[in-house]
Each structure stands twice: as C-alpha cells, then as structure tokens.
Design a protein around this ligand. Structure first.
Ligand SMILES: Cc1cc2nc3c(=O)[nH]c(=O)nc-3n(C[C@H](O)[C@H](O)[C@H](O)COP(=O)(O)OP(=O)(O)OC[C@H]3O[C@@H](n4cnc5c(N)ncnc54)[C@H](O)[C@@H]3O)c2cc1C
Length: 455
C-alpha cells in the first residue's frame, strides 16, 4: 500500500468510462498507471442484491433530492457503466467544438474499439417491438438505437443487463480497466480519494482513505474521473472552489401500460427510440427487471399493477433539464425539477400514452421521477480548459462532470471520446491541426495553470 514517489506516471481516480479510457490509453502506451477506485471489483453476478450494493444504497449509489427523486450512480469498478443500458448516442460535436474541442477522430477510434450498432431483429424484445411498431404507425420518427453490445454473447431473454451483464455481452468500463491491468496498470479498490495534494500550484499526488486510515500516492499527472458528483467533491477539498453548482442530471419517468398479447416483458432496454431535439425529450422502450418494476410501482402506490409483469410495456421519457442545484457533499445533492422540466416530462408522457394506447394498452400509468446522468459540475470553460486541465498544473478531470452545457442525451460515447483525447494530450500526441483551441471567452479568461511539467 505504500507507493514510492517514482512508481507511477499517472494516478487515475475512479474507473468509470472517463477514467477507464484514460487509464487504458496511457497503459497501452507504456505508462505506469495507478487506478484508485472507491467501489469493489467483485465479479459481476448480474443479480438484484449486487446491484443494491453498487447503485441503490441511499447516500452512496442512490442520492435522493428534496423532491424524493432518486439519482443513481454506480460505485464499483467500471462505475455507472455497470448499471447502464449501453445505448450509444452520438456526441454533441458542435457544442464541444464551440469550446475548442474536436473529437471527430476519437469518435471513429471508439467505434473501432467497441461495438456500436443497432440490434439484430432477434435481439429486439417483444415489448420494444410493439413500442416501435405503434410509434411508426402514428408517424413518429422511431428508430433502432445503437448499442455497446457484443451481440453474439447476448442472451435476449435474460433481463440482467441493468444488473451488469454476467455474460460479457454488455460493454462496460471494466473492459477498459482490464486492458489497462493487462498492460501493467495497478488498481486499488475500496480506496476513496479525499483530495489532491497540491504543491506550488501543481498537483503532485492524492490522499485517499482505505479502511479507517488515510494514505498518499504520488505521480506527475493526476486525472480525476470520479463522476459528476464525486469529482467536484474531490476538487473542492483540493482548493478548487465554485465547482459542483448548476448541474444537470437528465430526469426521467416511465409510462407503463398492459398489452394483452405481449407475452414477455423481458429483454434489452432502450433498443429503439424517438428524439425530439427541439423539446429536449427522448423516449425509448425500457424493459424493467421485475423487482425494479415492483419498486417503481410501489413508489406511486400501484399495488395491483405491481402483480403484472410479462404483458406490461414500459416506455422511458428522459428530458434535458435546466442547469441548477448544487452538490452539497458526496452523499447529498440539492436540485429541484422546475416547471419547465416537469412540462417536458409531461409532454413526453402524453406522447408515450398515445403510443401505448395505439398499441392496445390498458391501465396506463406513470412512475415517479428518477435521474441517472449527473454532469456539468466541473464545466469545460469554467473549471477546466479545453485540455481538461484545472487551474492547478498536472491536474485533469475526465468524466461527465466536464460537460459544459446541459445536453439531455446519454453521455457515455462522449465521455469515451474525451478520455481518448485527454490521453493523447497527456502522451504529447499532437491534436488535429485545424482544431480551434480555447475559443470560448470563458476558456480564455480562465487562470492559466502553473508551469507545465514535461511528461
Ligand atoms: C441505470 C443507468 C442507465 C444508463 N444508461 C445509459 C446508456 O444507455 N447510455 C449512456 O451513454 N449512458 C447511460 N448511463 C449513464 C452512464 O452510465 C454514465 O453517464 C457514465 O457511466 C458516467 O461516466 P463517468 O466516467 O462520468 O462516471 P461514473 O461512471 O459514475 O464513474 C465514476 C467512478 O468513480 C468512482 N468514485 C467516485 N468517487 C470516488 C472517490 N472519491 N475516490 C475513488 N473513486 C471514486 C465511482 O465508484 C465510479 O467507479 C446510464 C446510467 C445509469 C445509472
């Protein structure tokens, strides 16, 4: 546990899509990387009880707002990608370009590294098919969505995707962590990073808690990828104030209806969807694991409905919420859904109701609010520059927290691309020539980091 000062070239905090990508790329290029991860690294069982410990413990994986909205994040190796639906949305390239970030090359690279395709018809669930058929019948522009799924390994009827696929079919950030480990990286689990050690305005190491004790580790580059809630907490304790405010978390609800001749409620989720970019609404099919459905039903007092499962078709409505709120600490967030957010959710729910009723659904009802993509807490242009570096030299952030604006779509593809781009920067690979760096006024006004240390 005692690491000497010269042992590592970089310390990566967290192991979600952002941090795992950086760790993998650096290790593939011969750098010695230490990954410090708060959660476990136990093999994925793909069951509800393991999911509770990773994503549903209040004040840890599940943060609850004053409006009783539960926001989920994964605390385990691979982060929230262990629990995610593996749907790949193209990144907001124009938005990022306006902040001096061009990830077009990285998009192609990620597509070569991991699967990013629509599902074959055999893998579409019966409920998902009904959603798509009905939506198309009503004239909605409903399309199959791209998935990070190794389709040859997928067992469509298993319903364990959200519990962390035990068959290796769902790509998640553990795949990149494992590659990093094969290439010489070290991971330390149950190590919760508290703060970054700063000396003369340069990051030189981190302080972390393991068991009851605190330890330090040192490296010339520190990359924080503890997610939208974890990263601002670490930065604040390290002396970077003003982070953790005005964030988004993409609130969502489910609208559910019973369709007699749909025989199986099991299958992959988010296989097809409709995007209303102007309204900031996205709507998809969403097969819920049985126990999760019961939980959501009971939350809205749908006791009778909680007995039905196989012929219930749930539709998820996720919206682009307004920036607001604050991360109070690692266990507490404050954020309210404002009227415009609720209006979007209601509008989406009306579309979903129409689609379900057109498919023959009865007993249509909706769930309570949830959220799953916290971000924008350490924004590019305010707290990190276009190289994702903070005001302290050698201290970088790479995860959903750096998203500069609310976007409203699942962010994993974007985070993977940002991770690849940051790794190139750290390795000194020249960025694409025509890239306009640091164009936004906010980026220009950021205090420069101290003297950069060659890597
Ligand atoms: C149910 C669900 C479904 C989703 N579906 C999709 C989808 O279909 N498509 C999509 O693109 N996105 C989806 N997402 C969102 C996606 O999973 C996240 O946006 C993504 O994982 C965020 O990556 P990240 O690197 O920012 O952070 P995270 O994945 O949250 O990783 C952060 C890591 O840091 C660790 N950590 C936190 N604090 C500390 C600390 N102090 N010290 C050490 N380690 C720490 C955590 O344990 C975790 O491993 C979904 C999310 C959920 C919860």
């Amino acid at each position: 546990m005692k690491y000497s000062r010269k042992e590592f070239d970089a310390i990566v905090v967290g192991s979600g899509p952002g941090s795992a990508t950086v760790a993998r790329e650096l290790s593939l290029n011969g750098k010695k990387v230490l990954i410090l991860e708060w959660g476990d690294n136990d093999p994925v069982k793909g069951n509800f009880s393991q999911t509770i410990s990773r994503g549903l413990i209040p004040g840890k994986g599940m943060l609850v707002t004053g409006q009783a909205l539960g926001m989920v994040r994964g605390i385990t190796t691979g982060g929230s990608s262990l629990l995610y639906c593996a749907t790949a949305f193209d990144p907001p390239t124009a938005m990022l370009k306006s902040y001096g970030i061009d990830i077009t090359t990285e998009i192609d690279e990620v597509r070569k590294d991991i699967p990013n395709d629509t599902l074959s018809d055999e893998l579409m669930s019966p409920a998902g098919e009904r959603f798509m058929e009905s939506a198309l019948d009503l004239g909605y522009n409903c399309k199959k969505l791209n998935k990070f799924i190794y389709q040859n390994k997928c067992k469509p009827d298993c319903q364990r995707c959200l519990y962390g696929c035990p068959y290796g079919a769902k790509w998640n950030a553990r795949n990149f962590v494992n590659e990093a480990l094969e290439n010489g990286a070290t991971i330390m689990n149950h190590a919760k990073v508290d703060k970054v050690i700063i000396e003369h305005k340069k990051a030189i190491g981190v302080e972390y808690k393991f068991g009851k004790d605190y330890f330090s580790a040192f490296a010339p580059k520190i990359i924080i990828g503890a997610g939208g809630i974890g990263s601002p907490n670490i930065l604040r304790k390290s002396g970077i104030h003003g982070v953790g405010y005005d964030f988004f978390f993409d609130p969502l609800i489910y609208v559910l209806g019973k369709i007699k001749d749909v025989k199986s409620g099991r299958g992959l989720s988010m296989c097809s969807g409709i995007h209303f970019p102007e309204d900031g609404i996205v709507m998809t099919d969403f097969n819920l694991p049985h126990l999760m459905k019961i939980m959501f039903d009971l939350e809205v007092f749908k006791f009778v409905q909680s007995f039905s499962y196989s012929n219930v078709v749930p539709i998820m409505i996720k919206v682009r919420d307004s920036l607001g709120g604050r991360v109070i600490n690692d266990r507490l967030i404050w954020k309210r859904l404002i009227e415009s957010d609720k209006h979007k959710l209601n509008k989406g729910a009306e579309h979903a109701k129409k689609i379900l009723e057109n498919a023959g659904a009865t007993d249509v009802y909706r769930s309570w609010y949830l959220a799953a993509h916290p971000g924008g807490t350490v924004k590019i242009g305010e707290h990190v520059n276009s190289d994702l570096e903070t005001r302290f030299a050698n201290l970088y952030v790479c995860d959903c927290s750096v998203m500069p604006e609310e976007w409203g779509l699942p962010p994993t593809m974007t985070i993977l691309c940002l991770g690849k781009r940051l790794a190139k920067h750290l390795l000194g690979v020249k960025q694409i020539a025509d890239e306009k760096r640091a164009t936004s006024a906010a980026v220009k006004n950021m205090p420069p980091g101290e003297e950069r240390v060659p890597y």
